[in-house]
Design a protein around this ligand. Structure first.
Ligand SMILES: *Cc1c(COP(=O)(O)O)cnc(C)c1O
Length: 353
């Protein structure tokens, strides 16, 4: 029997959202925060055209995509680093800081990939509990030790949807020592409408220890192709580029991401529709008597405690898959109006307490 790393025995496996089907054949996948829309025809066309070149390796430096991101956001190309989804960029970040004894701080509950990546990298996770579904930035600052190498701040937070305001985040960043990297995970940035929730791309400019993580998986609808990126000052971006597995971002992903930036206006119109649906869904839930924290992302959060799995089962009867966290609550993505209506029906029939 080969001997494996001991951590593999205790690591929680990543649980991806699943689809369910109702007895009459309906299926609404609201468990992975995906875009509910079909890909844009212009993006599909670009991918089809790119398929003619797949006998060749992709551009390892992804120059076209890197330049398109740099131009779109008004940052130097040297500040951009790519990965096969932002989860992989996050893994690359762990690779850059992980030494025996290193600690990485993040809020909990937050994105379920963080503990997994920390365990894989062999670093110690320091989890700081949420307060009222929000990051407790004072407690996170207090948790910094001389072993802290990195802090993840997920804004808006997955799975609660709660967001950190500008002043709060700035004063936190001012308290973090310059040799500790702060990663602002902004996977849902495009869905933010509260002007007081800061754009990480503004915050990173005069802060060499701040990195911004973004993805094409959610608002841009490319979850199936795996492409994400980081924007940070050159030493951080260069370190993240250094640890990428060669050719990780495949040719079709590069092409689709460039095409998506070209078609951004169209994609952001779709995001607007999702944001309107988010308001409709949350207000309907509040009217039904649920407690729903304000959300700036493409999902809502219901703290159901011990009833979480029963709630997920009740939604499944309607063909609605949600993302349950046993004993805590359920995250429900905002889908198209039909899917949202199916979810609201299931929620209306489930006892409030
Ligand atoms: C969905 C999500 C990601 C993006 O993952 P990809 O690997 O880019 O698909 C990153 N961070 C958070 C918090 C997420 O919810």
């Amino acid at each position: 029997m080969p001997r494996f790393r001991a951590i593999l025995d205790t690591m929680p496996p990543y649980k991806a959202g699943k689809a369910v089907v109702s007895s009459d054949g309906r299926s609404y996948k609201l468990s992975s925060n995906e875009s509910p829309y079909d890909p844009l025809p212009s993006v599909v066309e670009a991918i089809a055209e790119g398929a003619r070149q797949i006998n060749r390796y992709p551009d390892p430096a992804a120059i076209k995509l890197t330049e398109a991101i740099a131009e779109r956001f008004g940052v130097p190309a040297e500040h951009v680093a790519l990965g096969a989804g932002s989860v992989t960029v996050a893994q690359q970040l762990f690779e850059t800081v992980s030494e025996p004894g290193a600690e990485v701080i993040y809020a909990w509950r937050s994105f379920e990939a963080y503990p997994l990546l920390a365990d894989l990298a062999g670093v110690t996770s320091v989890r700081v509990p949420l307060v009222n579904e929000e990051h407790d930035l004072d407690a996170m600052a207090a948790a910094i030790t001389d072993r802290t190498r990195m802090i993840f701040v997920c804004n808006p937070n997955n799975p609660t949807g709660a967001s950190i305001r500008r002043q709060e985040l700035e004063s936190f960043l001012d308290r973090v020592p310059g040799d500790v990297l702060v990663v602002l995970d902004e996977a849902y940035r495009e869905y933010v409408r509260d002007a007081d929730v800061p754009d990480g791309l503004e915050l990173y400019r005069d802060r060499p220890n701040v990195a911004v993580l973004r993805t094409f998986s959610k608002a841009y609808g490319l979850a199936g192709l795996r492409v994400g990126y980081l924007v940070a000052h050159e030493p951080v971006a260069a370190a993240v580029r250094k640890v990428i597995i060669p050719f990780a971002v495949n040719h079709l992903a590069q092409i689709a991401a460039v095409a998506s930036l070209k078609a951004e206006d169209e994609l952001l119109e779709r995001v607007d529709v999702v944001v309107k649906e988010r308001t409709r869904v949350r207000e309907a839930l509040l009217a039904q008597g649920w407690t729903v924290p304000p959300t700036e992302a493409n999902f809502v959060w219901l703290r159901l405690g011990e009833r979480t799995l029963d709630f997920a089962a009740a939604c499944a009867v309607e063909g609605v898959s949600v993302r349950p966290f046993a004993g805590e609550g359920a995250r429900v993505s905002i889908g198209d109006p039909d899917a949202n209506d199916a979810f609201l029906k299931a929620a209306s029939e489930f006892p409030r307490s």
